[in-house]
Design a binder for this molecule. Sequence first.
Ligand SMILES: C[S@@+](CC[C@H](N)C(=O)[O-])C[C@H]1O[C@@H](n2cnc3c(N)ncnc32)[C@H](O)[C@@H]1O
Length: 231
Amino acid sequence: MSSGQGDPEEVPSSAAVFFDAVAGFYDRVYAIEGADHRARMKLLVELLGPATEVLVLGVGTGRELPALLDAGHRTTGLDCSQAMLRKCADRSRHGTLVHGDFWHGLPFEAGAFGAAVALHGTVAHPPSREAPARLVAELARVVRTEGVVVLELPTLAWFERYAGANAAGPGELHVAGGATTFVDRRSGARIDGCLVAPEVWVDAFAPTFACTLHLPSQDEATLVARRQACP
Ligand SMILES: C[S@@+](CC[C@H](N)C(=O)[O-])C[C@H]1O[C@@H](n2cnc3c(N)ncnc32)[C@H](O)[C@@H]1O
């Protein structure tokens, strides 16, 4: 597993601390299971089209990898949590794995990928309201013309499903003045972010990608963006 960036002295982000803390039980407590997972992966593979190099942002324990690899894609998984990456590296097939924080740039060459994906809460905790636009600019750099980006974006209903509103959920969400803090019930680990509506993401993509926003339920929204040729 390679390290894409980062000063060893740098303070780890709350995402890295949170996912290091939950990695041991993530698959049991947070991951999407069974028929829902299979339906999402089937849709993802259809949306991506022909086999290509796929950047998997927030690869986590690698639950999306079998479907992508079975479809012939070559994958590079990026994650800020070393503990999640170690779980992923235990898989017999895991493609290339890179340690890094995607809010601080993508440690890849321009045009390195034919597609990119970020699923199931991966981009749910932007550290600022400007962070989505910075990530989209990086995706525009590393994804080739006509390449597809698929992001699952949280709605407030999505947060509530995982949060205090749902007493059986794995964590508790606090929202104050557009800032969010999600606290895992088991470990007490917390992850901080900003509440960003799916439409803000669409606006960030609009200059360089052709976008469609699917709202299949009031839960996660799926944004599909196709990289346009540079003017
Ligand atoms: C909710 S998990 C989803 C994992 C996987 N995509 C799945 O569906 O099971 C989010 C993953 O994104 C990673 N992540 C969150 N913020 C990140 C960031 N800024 N840079 C890199 N990885 C990040 C976390 O460490 C975690 O593994």
